[in-house]
Write a protein that binds this ligand. Structure first.
Ligand SMILES: [Zn+2]
Ligand SMILES: [Zn+2]
Length: 349
């Protein structure tokens, strides 16, 4: 870019590059704010929205009722177990005391027909019958608790199945939302990239080039950096494919430019010395001489040995002699450095 040797112009150019960067950073800030606000377009997804509402509500109510029933059955079972334990210990203590009493009196009397023995035996039977009733009550409660628990488990399974199906639907919808958000962003950033490409080809050397380059930086940043956090799993493909495309275009452009340059250079080297000199701008020639390269063919030449008057590669005149004072001077200088006479006047151009 910097072909000038004038000091102020150099600094102006650097300042303009700064303008390009600052312009790009503000554009990036603005673009980032807009892109960041985009996801609010989509509402949050909830699992319930994908369930069959009435059926799910009914199942959930059923589950609650079954859980309550299981709790109640468990409480009743504990009560029944307590009652059974009481009856059992009653029977045991009565049986022991009856056995002891029998043992004490059987030595002297026959037991079979004694009315007192019969009465005590009947009382013990009644106690045992009461214990049996309590045992049955416990078993009934155990059955009820088990039934309630099992049907609750069954209902839970049904609900889990429904939720699994709903989750599958929700993930599919999530992927669709993700794709939509990504496409919004792509629709925003891809045209910017295309505009940037057009600006690069057509306008990069216009008077307003700092803004053109600022915009190009912004578009590249927007597409290759800002888009990244919003990429779905396959978004990488889009990014890399576009990246490959852009690189291929820029590369092709550079190769064609190189070929054009070489072609031009070849044609220029075929022209006579005076013609070639006219085509070279003064500043370009000075810049190349300062780098010890031939201003005509850009190959390295030794300018300091005091003898080389012509480029050994392309034959362009590098040094000549002043028409007024015959001092050896640069052939590209506009005035003789020794006597100040104009080189043009002397050459008659
Ligand atoms: Zn040369
Ligand atoms: Zn002179």
């Amino acid at each position: 870019m910097s072909k000038s040797l004038r000091l102020s112009e150099k600094w102006f150019r650097r300042g303009l590059w700064l303008v390009a960067l600052v312009f790009a950073s503000f554009l990036i800030g603005l673009g980032g704010t807009i892109v960041g606000d985009l996801p609010k377009v989509e509402s949050r997804l909830e699992l319930d929205a994908f369930l069959e509402r009435p059926q799910a509500q009914q199942l959930r109510a059923q589950l609650l009722a079954e859980q309550a029933a299981a709790d109640a059955a468990q409480a009743a079972l504990e009560q029944a177990q307590l009652q059974r334990d009481k009856a059992r210990s009653e029977v045991q203590s009565q049986r022991e005391s009856f056995t002891n009493w029998l043992a004490a009196r059987s030595v002297t009397q026959r037991a079979e027909h004694d009315p007192e023995v019969l009465a005590r035996t009947r009382a013990l039977d009644a106690l045992q019958a009461a214990e049996l009733v309590q045992r049955r009550a416990v078993q009934a409660q155990q059955q009820a608790a088990l039934d309630a628990r099992q049907s609750a488990v069954q209902t839970e399974k049904q609900i889990a199945q429904m939720e699994d199906a709903a989750r599958t639907l929700m993930y599919a919808e999530l992927r669709r939302v993700e794709l939509r958000v990504f496409l919004y962003r792509l629709a925003l950033t891809l045209p910017l990239l295309l505009v940037a490409g057009w600006l690069f080809v057509k306008k990069r050397q216009s008077t307003y080039w700092p803004f053109v380059w600022g915009f190009i930086f912004f578009a590249l940043f927007g597409f290759f950096v800002e888009l990244v956090p919003y990429l779905p799993s396959y978004g990488g493909y889009v990014r890399y494919v576009v990246g490959i495309g852009v690189t291929a275009l820029v590369g092709r452009y550079a190769i064609l430019a190189l070929n054009r340059y070489l072609e031009r250079q070849k044609m220029a080297e075929a022209l006579p010395d005076q013609e070639r000199r006219k085509e070279l701008s003064y500043d370009v020639a000075l810049a190349r001489l300062a780098k010890n390269v031939c201003p005509g063919c850009e190959r390295p030449v030794d300018l300091k040995d005091g003898k080389t008057d012509f480029c050994p590669h392309c034959g362009i005149g590098l040094f000549d002699h002043c028409g007024a004072c015959s001092t050896r001077k640069s052939a590209f200088a506009k005035f003789c450095h020794a006597c100040g006479s104009s080189a043009k006047a002397e050459r008659g151009v």
